[in-house]
Design a protein around this ligand. Structure first.
Ligand code: NAD
Length: 450
């Protein structure tokens, strides 16, 4: 492991990754490699998570190809030194920001989008000129193997190296002096990564999880809200970091909303079970079954142990004390909890951990403005779920316990960069009122610093 790191660091210090031509070629190679392996990736995702090939394309393959195209279009501009304003006291100087790659970086991925969530940060890391060690999730073995093969065949390991393995592999990697660690996964393991990085003062990005609410008030267009929440919840069978974890609905519209929700689940999933992804492993399947309070099921609750399938399940009349409300669900269970007014929503949610996402369904301007202004969350949507994630123009990340730092588009490039700031000064003459000996210049300095 150490030898891969040393090889990458040696290569990095040759400075080849700093040129535009080198970075562009890497991104182009990544693009053709993904295109050539599209079918294999889809097959692997079907085996690992029973993802429908269309869902695999839209949420794992297509979305990273879009990001790659965006990076290719903008790379030259992103790399240009930026001229910025110069304060008057820096007389006869110009000020600049000069992008440099951080160096050799580590990317650790989770199981739920096992392809997307290592390739998306990789795009930013390569665009910024780093060498990269990738550690995909060990729980999605077929996808892990395809990723390993893709890079073995098409990339110099001195630039991108895939290392497969679980906790032990990651622990060893966390002992190496990387220049940045980009971690996507649970809040618990995020803490372990943060602690290991702190020992060496390694900068980190932590993309974590949490309980993301979908708030539905009495003015919301309920049929649309129900459909968009059902879609966001059931993508990858609820194993999505930004899935609406639960619905927080105004009590006056709860019954109507539930009817629409059930109608939406029926129309999307009831006729074709192949649409539904499965739960990644037995441990998570058992954990989810344990969260279902049978007396509160108003829809679904069907399970197939051999396929690790759980049908979309709506649980009504849930209270904050129920087991399902104690941690991120990460599965196809949708608890419904009610409120009576917006003050109650703000008061309750602002006391909880800051979630990765928050969704609000409302036609009331004041409600929407208050949720944006008074609740803290990583990212979100008004009258939609999930769709904010795919935009390269929106930085993506959590806040507080849901994460640290952000990426996507230019933000990814910035995350894997250091910006050297410097000034360039004339040598035609030498004038600086701050030079000693200190005589009568204070008045003049005061004027300059106003
Ligand atoms: P996880 O934290 O269990 O594992 C993530 C990675 O950490 C894996 O590669 C794993 O090998 C490694 N790992 C596990 N235990 C470790 C340990 N003790 N020491 C060092 N490394 C260790 O996460 P997961 O179960 O694969 O993914 C689900 C979680 O990820 C959910 O909480 C979800 O919300 C979150 N997530 C967040 C985002 C985001 O973008 N914010 C995206 C997807 C998933």
């Amino acid at each position: 492991m150490n030898e891969y790191f040393e090889q990458q660091r040696t290569f990095f210090l040759r400075h080849e990754t700093k040129s535009y031509a080198f970075r562009k070629q890497l991104l182009l190679t990544l693009k053709t490699t993904i295109e050539q392996h599209e079918e294999e990736i889809k097959v692997a995702l079907r085996k690992d998570l029973n993802k429908h090939p269309t869902e695999s394309y839209s949420t794992e393959i297509g979305v990273v190809l879009y990001s790659l195209n965006h990076a290719l279009k903008n790379l030259k501009r992103w790399m240009q030194p930026q001229k910025v304003k110069t304060p008057f006291f820096n007389l006869f100087s110009k000020s600049y920001l000069y992008q440099e790659p951080k160096g050799t970086v580590l990317i650790i991925g989770p199981y739920n989008y096992p392809f997307h969530l290592v390739i998306e940060p990789l795009i930013g890391a390569l665009a910024a000129g780093n060498t990269v060690i990738l550690k995909p999730s060990e729980f999605t073995t077929h996808t892990e193997k395809v990723i390993e093969k893709m890079f073995q065949q098409n990339f110099d390991p001195a630039v991108v190296k895939v290392l497969c393995g679980g906790k032990k592999t990651t622990e060893k990697l966390l002992n190496l002096p990387f220049d940045h660690i980009f971690f996507t996964g649970s809040t618990r393991v995020g803490g372990i990564v943060y602690e290991a990085a702190a020992k060496r003062l390694i900068p980190v990005t932590l993309e974590l999880g949490g309980k993301s609410p979908a708030i539905v008030d009495g003015t919301a267009k309920l049929e649309i809200a129900a459909k968009r929440i059902a879609f966001g919840k059931m993508l990858n069978a609820g194993q999505t970091c930004v899935a609406p974890d639960y619905v927080y609905v105004e009590s006056s519209v709860k019954d109507t909303f539930e009817e629409y929700l059930i109608k939406a689940f029926k129309s999307m999933y009831e006729n074709d079970k192949q649409q539904l992804a499965s739960i990644v492993n037995q441990k998570h399947f058992d954990r989810l079954i344990g969260l279902i309070d049978k007396e509160k099921i108003v829809y679904g609750g069907k399970t197939q142990a051999e396929k690790k399938h759980i049908s979309p399940t709506v649980l009504s009349d849930i209270s904050w004390d129920d087991a399902i409300m104690q941690a991120e669900i990460f599965g196809p269970l949708l608890p419904i909890i009610t409120f009576s007014n917006i003050d109650e929503v703000i008061d309750t949610l602002q006391k909880k951990d800051k979630p990765l996402a928050t969704y609000v369904f409302s036609e009331n301007k004041v409600t929407k403005a208050r949720i944006l202004n008074e609740l803290s969350f990583g990212n979100g949507a008004i009258n939609d779920t999930i769709m904010q994630v795919a935009s390269p123009y929106l930085p993506f990340g959590g806040v507080g316990k849901s994460g640290l730092g952000a990426y996507h588009g230019k933000t990814s490039f910035d995350t894997f960069s250091h910006y050297k700031s410097y000034i360039k000064k004339t040598t035609l003459f030498d004038f600086n009122p701050a030079y000693p000996p200190y005589q009568n210049q204070e008045k003049f300095i005061k004027k300059l610093l106003k």
